[in-house]
Ligand binder design. Structure first.
Ligand code: FES
Length: 126
């Protein structure tokens, strides 16, 4: 099995058995992001405490890449500071997922990262 195949299996497993799926009642930030091309959505709730993401939950509807990526993102950002997360760019995130994707599928994979960045930006405005 190639590394690419293994990474594809990992994201599929997240899609089938999502981590941190649900809502946070006392969230400090929330956002729903959608892919205008297909209408698929990712909703993220975050709870910040002492300058770190203490809790994150997501809900959504869409393809295996967008939803699997959302589950992986929730594991990745837990315990990190908003500043660290804001620094993660598209390239770095796609590299972390370890999948070779075409431009359309890259948008699927990046939907949760965009949602996360928006959730952090919105809570700054509050
Ligand atoms: Fe809609 Fe992937 S096909 S986000």
């Amino acid at each position: 099995m190639s590394e690419q195949d293994i990474n594809a299996e990992i994201i599929l497993d997240h899609y089938r058995n999502p981590h941190n799926y649900g809502k946070i009642a006392n969230a400090t930030g929330s956002v729903t992001e959608y892919n205008p091309v297909c209408g698929d959505t990712v909703h993220i709730d975050i709870l910040e405490k002492d300058g770190k993401i203490e809790e994150i939950m997501f809900m959504g509807r869409g393809c295996s890449i967008s939803q699997g990526s959302a589950s992986m993102l929730t594991d990745f950002v837990k315990g990190k500071s908003p500043e660290e997360i804001m620094k993660v760019g598209d390239e770095e995130y796609l590299h972390m997922l370890g999948l070779e994707l075409g431009p359309a599928r890259e948008k699927c994979a990046l939907l949760p990262l965009n949602a996360m960045h928006k959730a952090l930006q919105e809570r700054i405005r509050k």
